[in-house]
Design a protein around this ligand. Structure first.
Ligand code: RB5
Length: 145
């Protein structure tokens, strides 16, 4: 499992918490920043995460901002990216099983660090169910053409 992670200032502290959890679990990751809580623009961090997941350099991307919303809107502009904003573990599981989401967006101002860790764990461990969902995901891809 190769993970790439990024945040803006609104998600910086939660990104650091998630990185600590990834380290504890022995999951390899690359951090594209930001590197401190100073104000930055979230599309600048969504772009490298989304593009490198789309190129299949990484299996999954994790993006953190204040709400997760801006990051998800930006990431979903990149062809091949299916980014889900998630704030509960059920949605995290569904985003993988049904939607084959390859990027997770979380809001530091929405979920606490304990729940965020569980969301990340479910997101990374759950496989795509395929079957009828495969056809639907392919139709999402067709919208990009
Ligand atoms: C930054 O204040 C905030 O707008 C950003 O982190 C994010 O929540 C945007 O969707």
């Amino acid at each position: 499992m190769r993970v790439i992670i990024g945040s803006d200032h609104g998600g910086y502290r939660l990104k650091e918490e998630i990185k600590q959890w990834l380290q504890e679990k022995g999951i390899a990751f690359e951090d594209v920043g930001c590197d401190c809580p100073d104000s930055v623009d979230y599309p600048d961090y969504a772009q490298p995460v989304a593009e490198r997941v789309a190129k299949k350099e990484f299996d999954r991307g994790i993006l953190v901002c204040g709400t997760g919303i801006g990051m998800s809107i930006a990431a979903n502009k990149v062809k091949g990216v299916r980014c889900a904003v998630v704030s509960d573990t059920f949605s995290a599981r569904m985003s993988r099983e049904h939607n084959d989401a390859n990027v997770l967006a979380i809001g530091e101002r929405v979920v606490g660090p304990g729940l965020a860790r569980e969301i990340v764990e479910v997101f990374l461990e759950t496989e795509f169910a395929g079957g009828r969902h495969q056809r639907r995901v392919e139709k999402i891809g067709a919208l990009e053409e």
